[in-house]
Design a protein around this ligand. Structure first.
Ligand code: ATP
Ligand code: MG
Length: 266
């Protein structure tokens, strides 16, 4: 991705407050076409709030969020949201809809023909490695957590949005399934050329998936850098995240060069 790629999302000095309490402080962030920007930060640092400003579930208290060059305040929220795939932690699937009905949600709202919806559902389930014959007519409760996550991703991709917002999409999964889905998402993102804004508090997930990591601390964006830069960053919050990773995984498969495992910064 070239530095000249245009921003799909641009935060211009964005602050957000609720009840007089500032939750986000003057965020400056750009997400360029084809990038995967990962919002990394502790619980309560403002990641979800940042995501919700993009699809206009929230409006900034001050500053401007631009999507495809237009302020979210000037977008019709419905049109805006239909053009953005949104995956939330518990996938947000409709429990009384089958897998196929869930995946076809936006295409149906957009008035696609039945035949086109059906073909799209098939294509998407195959894309996320779910056999359509076996899974299309099931209800979400009859799937495993990992399968539900796949359906959530398929649904977000259904109307071929250019931008995907993903809020801890793999949070509830066992480590092996999580790492499998992370790899699949990475290859999907490349193949489909999607622009992705993904939230996590898992530093390994961030290092694996991100073209750039936006590190949040107490409502401020403290570092915006590539994974390689983050690995050698001196910022204390970045160091704390990296230390937590090496504490968790003393024999990580790709140890960061020159970064001995330390217990500091817990
Ligand atoms: N509607 C609201 N009213 C009041 N406070 C809120 C509201 N929404 C979020 N907050 C507060 O704003 C802060 C940031 O919340 P946010 O959900 O963005 O954090 P997060 O980084 O996504 O955390 P987590 O990793 O736990 O999901 C938290 O302190 C939260 O309690
Ligand atoms: Mg959150």
């Amino acid at each position: 991705m070239s530095a000249a790629a245009r921003p799909i999302v641009l935060f211009e000095t964005v602050s957000f407050a609720v009840g007089g309490r500032r939750i986000l402080h003057e965020i400056e962030l750009d997400v360029r076409e084809g990038e995967t920007v990962v919002l990394l930060g502790r619980s309560g640092s403002g990641k979800t709030t940042t995501l919700r400003l993009v699809n206009r579930l929230l409006d900034p208290t001050s500053g401007t969020v631009l999507v495809e060059g237009r302020s979210t305040r000037d977008w019709d929220p419905i049109r805006l949201r239909r053009g953005i795939g949104y995956v939330i932690q518990e996938t947000g699937l409709f429990p009384h809809f089958t897998v196929a009905e869930n995946v076809a949600l936006v295409p149906r709202l957009e008035g696609w023909t039945e035949a086109r919806q059906k073909a799209r559902v098939r294509e998407l389930l195959e894309l996320v490695n779910l056999d359509p014959e076996e899974h299309a007519s099931r209800l979400p409760e009859d799937l495993s957590g990992g399968q539900r996550q796949r359906v959530g991703i398929a649904r977000a991709l259904a109307a071929d949005p250019r931008l995907l917002l993903m809020d801890e999409p793999f949070g509830a999964l066992d480590p092996l399934t999580r790492s499998e889905l992370q790899r699949e998402l990475k290859s999907l993102a490349r193949r489909l050329g999607k622009t992705i804004l993904l939230v996590t508090h898992d530093v390994r997930e961030a290092l694996l998936l991100a073209t750039r990591i936006a590190l949040f601390r107490e409502g401020r964006l403290v570092v915006l850098a590539t994974p390689a830069e983050i690995r050698s960053a001196s910022d204390p919050e970045a160091r704390a995240f990296l230390a937590s990773q090496s504490a968790e995984e003393p024999s990580a498969e790709e140890p960061a060069a020159g970064q001995p495992a330390t217990q500091e910064g817990e």
